[in-house]
Write a protein that binds this ligand. Structure first.
Ligand SMILES: *Cc1c(COP(=O)(O)O)cnc(C)c1O
Length: 352
């Protein structure tokens, strides 16, 4: 059945092993971030490689592998209604709000558990995170609550503000952690320094030694370095391929005609250039199912022109292949296409 996502299971596992080995050589642990897999069973194989914990961003995903014997961590600040299930399914969460800590304490008490938290520090990317004073007060709060165990400090970069990890913000993080430890008079065993964008600092041995954890998603799944938008040498990139079927193939003008409105059906705007009549393939896959701008055709003669909710539109005139209706077009996924595609029930997902 099409469309489908072909998963190179071994390619992903080899990426995970290579990153695990590199990090181990630098004294850093890895928390695989599996949110883009939307609960897919590949997570089981990743866990089997031997990781202490994995990170995810949604409870419905975590439900799908609740039975796995690994510490599950919620990376996204929780919603109130999630707290009971969060405490029962996960070992810990990354936290930035006092209200969440209090709710976790109450629920962990009800369930007779101890619940771990890592506080997130704002280091300039302006996504989740607290500045120093609030970190001190959250840490003090955690200290007096009997069912909350504060185990570490983390930060997230390169996600919203596009801020890269560097020596300056990493040293600031380490210093912050040590002031926090003094403040609560207790060591914080986990110092989680960032995500896949920290790969270069990891590889080059530039992370301060106190940083002992990285949370890696894109580098494991796609072998790519986010923010720099480039492949990581030695890792596998074409690990998730989208295949879809050509359902219309026509020789049409390349410029639309008639009176032009300002926005297409998804609020976007496609630029057109006049190349005369071209062979245009419509494939059965659209913006409702996947982030189509994140797809790259494998056939260099296929140009993805754009799409709408139900179709992608490709110019195939320059291809060396002679396509016909019913043939399959293949695309590599970037992270946005991977995350949206894996979350969509529209795709069949099979191993290579
Ligand atoms: C998604 C996420 C990650 C993983 O980021 P990658 O760039 O895919 O490695 C790490 N930490 C947090 C908090 C996240 O939300």
């Amino acid at each position: 059945m099409y469309p489908r996502i072909i998963i190179d299971r071994q390619g992903v596992l080899d990426n995970a092993i290579a990153l695990q080995d590199l990090a181990a050589a630098r004294g850093v642990g890895i928390t695989p971030v599996v949110k883009a897999l939307a609960g897919h069973e590949l997570i089981r194989d990743i866990v089997a490689l031997g990781f202490e914990r994995i990170g995810d961003a949604s409870l419905p995903h975590i439900r799908a592998y609740a039975d796995l014997n690994v510490e599950k961590w919620l990376l996204r600040s929780p919603m109130q209604a999630e707290i009971p299930e969060l405490v029962s399914l996960t070992a810990g969460a990354f936290i930035t709000e006092a209200a969440a800590i209090r709710q976790l304490e109450a629920e962990a008490g009800r369930q007779g558990k101890s619940y771990k938290i890592v506080l997130m520090a704002e280091m300039g990317d302006l996504r989740e995170g607290c500045e120093e004073e609030e970190l001190f007060s959250l840490a003090s709060l955690a200290q007096i609550l009997p069912h909350i165990e504060l185990v570490g400090l983390g930060t997230n970069l390169s996600c919203f503000g596009n801020i890269l990890p560097d020596e300056d913000n990493m040293i600031r993080l380490v210093e912050l952690a040590s002031r926090l430890e003094q403040h609560i008079d207790k060591p914080l065993p986990l110092l989680s320094g960032g995500n896949s964008s920290s790969y270069l600092m990891l590889r080059d041995g530039d992370l301060p030694p106190a940083i002992n954890d990285l949370r890696l998603g894109e580098s494991i799944l796609l072998g790519r370095l986010p923010c720099y938008d480039r492949p990581i040498e030695g890792l596998n990139q074409h690990t998730f391929m989208v295949e879809t079927e050509i359902v219309e193939l026509k020789f049409k003008p390349s410029l639309p005609w008639g009176i032009s409105g300002s926005r297409d059906s998804f609020g976007g705007h496609t630029a057109f250039s006049d190349k005369g009549r071209r062979w245009r393939a419509l494939a059965a896959l659209g913006k409702q199912e996947i982030y189509i701008n994140g797809l790259a055709a494998v056939d260099p003669g296929v140009e993805l022109l754009g799409g709408c909710s139900d179709y992608i539109v490709c110019d195939i005139s320059d291809s060396a292949n002679t396509y016909k209706v019913g043939d399959i077009l293949t695309f590599a996924c970037d992270y946005a296409a991977l995350a949206t595609g894996m979350s969509s029930n529209y795709f069949e997902k099979i191993y290579k």
